[in-house]
Design a protein around this ligand. Sequence first.
Ligand code: ASP
Length: 588
Amino acid sequence: MQPRISSIKTPEHLSQTVTVKGWVDRRRDHGQLIFIDLRDRDGIVQVVVNAEQGELYEEAKKLRDEYCIRVTGQVVKREADLINPNLPSGTIEIIASELEIYSTSKVLPFQLHEEDDTPGEEIRLQYRYLDLRRKEMQDRIKLRYDVIDYIRSFMKERNYWEIETPILIKGTPEGSREYLVPSRLHPGQFFVLPQSPQQLKQLLMVSGMEKYFQIARCFRDEDQRGDRQPEFTQLDLEASFTSQKEITSMIEEMYLGIVKRFAKEQELLADPFPVLTYEEAMSNYGNDKPDLRIGMKIGDYSEIFKQVDSNIIQSILSKGGVVKGIKATQGANWFSRKVFDQLMEYLKQHGGQGLLYVQYNEDGISSPLSKFMSEEVIRSIKQSAQAETGDIVFMIAGENQVTLELLNVLRQEIARRSGLYKQVENQLAFCWVVDFPLFEKNAEGEITASHHPFTAPKKEDIALLDSDPFAIKSDAYDIVLNGVEIGGGSIRIHDKDLQRKVFQTLNFTEAEIEAKFGHILKAFEYGVPPHGGIAPGIDRLLMILTKTESIREVTAFPKNQSAKDLMLGAPSAMPSKQVREMGIQILE
Ligand code: ASP
């Protein structure tokens, strides 16, 4: 009989002879007896070899951690004092009668057991196949599989077809740099790895597939951050004859299902998910992906500050600037002069110039501005912020947009310092952010699409394409979880003339439009259904569900922070013959 280690149970297997295969998790040599904890993917069982077993005993003495072996033996009850209540198989053990060593193992570069310190990331990534033997990693990879499996059934139930799209494609602009693949058969020409299957899924709608999804790999050649990888996985989906409401409701239902099944210790903060317009998100949180767990809505104190006798502030206000702020509840518990200096320093790194605050004490206030503020002003701020004794209102004066962004940075820093993040670590706060602007300015001040150029403008705003493109709102929606954008989508343009017009507004020349998007405009001449979709990221969701800091923790074989695969040693130089065949010359 060959049961899985995890399925060996009493009474079924008691007295039976079983064969089990796996790795030596630990070996304890007690002289007369050798105990082996044998591990497979799902569990551990204890194997015993007795000194009287001659050759078998000699073989067992050779065993070391992580040897891969087969054991045949009889399942027996453990002596009462040897019962391990922490193991599912803790009441039984296997008395070995046969032992085969499939392969030996060198001493591992790090320990695998939970009680050991987590090894450094570099060594973990170099030996990822060993790192993945750690229980914590196995649990994460299993969770990943379970979540994806759930998503697949969810989509299937809703009549979506899973359709693969190619990996070697033509560039599709989604705002990131693309990975290029040189073509050997067409020297000097390149394929591009998809940033997402955006255009292909839209073309599937033109094909009449109506409802498509894919667990899609996406590639973006971006500078790396904690929650980014050169390749990542999304649930990519698209539907015809749909609406924003239909898509967001379906996705919300999917997330609720995931939370219910897979969020172990975490609790959902709000159901249904709050919906914020882009403008609300920006004015209340200075951020289009607000972390609703930590709150701290931004308040506007500009009116009140008109009465404050400070030249600097009056000069800011007279130029159309603002004084806005956030309240740190019971900030007095952690705030000090020294912390103030540190916060100032931190804001400076983000381009800030000043920080104002009023701390409400039992016996008055503490504030660098106290000399300039009347009783009336102090009371008005308190009232407006609904501050209590012990609370601190932090304020920044300056140009509106800059002030909002700085307050967003400050809010996160306050949440860190005050221990707020720690308090809310078991909460899941989803929200939708909708009505994004269609266009924005990039770092060079040029017009770009806020989502991608296939996003539909709101019908009532189409007329602004010529006169005021930055005022146009779009039918785009993002889903945010705990301050992380975990997915985004939109209703798409399905009218070829409007699509062309948007490309023109983005300052593409006619030749560029033809070269980059000719295929989609051509397809749009053949009966295009109205359509829309979304792409929830799977890695970031898993990162939050597992409370890990990076998507590398939930990916089997990730790249490191400088986009290298340390295990494979990729990227790597290629033999010059192979490079030449591509029609490529490497510059020294
Ligand atoms: N293609 C978009 C993305 O990857 C999502 C979408 O609009 O469906 O972000």
